[in-house]
Write a protein that binds this ligand. Structure first.
Ligand SMILES: Cc1cc2nc3c(=O)[nH]c(=O)nc-3n(C[C@H](O)[C@H](O)[C@H](O)COP(=O)(O)OP(=O)(O)OC[C@H]3O[C@@H](n4cnc5c(N)ncnc54)[C@H](O)[C@@H]3O)c2cc1C
Length: 250
C-alpha cells in the first residue's frame, strides 16, 4: 500500500518472480548463401550469385575454409534482430559487446517499471567452489535454495514498495528507479551479424567443442543458448563450421 500526495491510499502492484530468460528472433536476413556470395565476389565478381547453388560440397568447403583461416568479413553480410527479456545484470554484461551489435532497451525514465524479478530456478547451481580462475559451481542444499528464494523475494518486495511510494509522492521515475535492484527484468532489441554473434557465443557459452574455454555467468549463457539455437537454424553450414573449428569467431 502506498499513499498519493493528496493522501489517497493506493494498492502497490504485486511483484512476480521468474527464473527463465526469453529470446525471440524478430527479424532476420541471414543465410549461408550470404557468406558464399560475399566470399565469391573476390573471384567470380557479378557471377557469384548464380554460382551459389551449383555445388553444395564446394560451398560447404568454402565456408569451412573461411572459418578455419579466419577470413571473417564474409560472415558480416547478414542481420539478426532478437527481442530479449532478462534481468538487468545480464544486460550489463551483454552491452560490453561493442562491435557488430546494436541495442535498444526499455526506459526507466519514460515508463514505470514492471515488478518482475529474477529468482534462480532449481537447476541453477548456487555454490561456487575452488580458487579464482579455476572454480566450479555445484548444487546448493535445500536450505540454501530456500534462503536464496526468500532473501531475494523479500528484498525485491521492499525495493519495489519504496519505488512505488516515491512515485505516488510525485518523485520522478528517473530518480525513484535508483532503489530497484539488478535482478529486475528488462527488455531490449539486440541486432547483430553472424560474425559478432560467434564472438559473443565464444565468450558467453561453455561448450565441449570450444578450443578456448570460457566461464560465463549462467544467466547470460541461457540467453546465448537461445540465440545460438535460432542462428543454427538460419545458417546451418556456418554453424557447423563454427563448431568444427573450435567455436572461435573468424
Ligand atoms: C567470462 C567473462 C568474464 C568477464 N569478467 C569481466 C570483469 O570481471 N570485468 C570487466 O570489466 N569485464 C569482464 N568481462 C567482459 C570482457 O572484458 C569484455 O568486455 C566482453 O567479453 C566483450 O568482449 P570484447 O571486447 O571482445 O567484445 P567487443 O566489444 O564486441 O569487441 C570485439 C573485438 O573487437 C576488438 N576491439 C573492440 N574494441 C576495441 C578497442 N577499444 N581496442 C582494440 N580492439 C578492440 C577486439 O578484438 C575485440 O575482441 C568478462 C567477460 C567474460 C566472457
Amino acid at each position: 500500500m502506498t499513499v498519493t500526495p493528496d493522501g489517497t491510499p493506493t494498492e502497490t502492484a504485486e511483484p512476480t518472480f521468474r527464473s527463465e530468460v526469453t529470446v525471440e528472433l524478430v527479424k532476420h536476413t541471414a543465410s549461408d548463401s550470404d557468406v558464399l556470395w560475399a566470399a565469391r565476389v573476390s573471384t567470380a565478381g557479378e557471377q557469384s550469385l548464380e554460382e551459389l547453388s551449383k555445388d553444395p560440397e564446394r560451398s560447404k568447403g568454402l565456408i569451412n575454409y573461411l572459418m578455419r583461416d579466419r577470413h571473417g568479413s564474409p560472415f558480416e553480410h547478414n542481420s539478426m534482430t532478437f527481442f530479449i527479456s532478462a534481468p538487468i545484470f545480464v544486460f550489463r554484461e551483454f552491452m560490453r559487446h561493442r562491435v557488430g551489435w546494436s541495442y535498444n532497451e526499455e526506459s526507466g525514465r519514460y515508463r514505470e517499471l514492471e515488478p518482475v524479478f529474477y529468482v534462480p530456478g532449481e537447476s541453477r547451481k548456487l555454490v561456487q567452489q575452488g580458487r579464482p580462475g579455476k572454480y566450479e559451481f555445484v548444487e546448493g542444499t535445500p536450505e540454501q535454495q530456500k534462503l536464496t528464494t526468500r532473501a531475494m523475494e523479500d528484498s525485491y518486495r521492499q525495493a519495489y514498495e519504496a519505488y512505488q511510494e516515491m512515485l505516488a509522492a510525485g518523485v520522478a521515475r528517473e530518480v525513484a528507479r535508483a532503489v530497484l535492484p539488478v535482478g529486475l527484468y528488462s527488455s531490449m532489441y539486440a541486432t547483430c551479424n553472424a560474425r559478432s554473434l560467434m564472438h559473443f557465443l565464444g565468450l558467453r557459452t561453455q561448450h565441449e567443442l570450444a578450443r578456448v574455454p570460457s566461464f560465463p555467468q549462467r544467466e547470460i549463457e541461457m540467453v546465448g543458448e537461445q540465440m545460438e539455437a535460432h542462428w543454427a537454424g538460419l545458417m546451418p553450414l556456418t554453424y557447423a563450421a563454427f563448431n568444427a573449428n573450435g567455436r572461435v569467431a573468424p
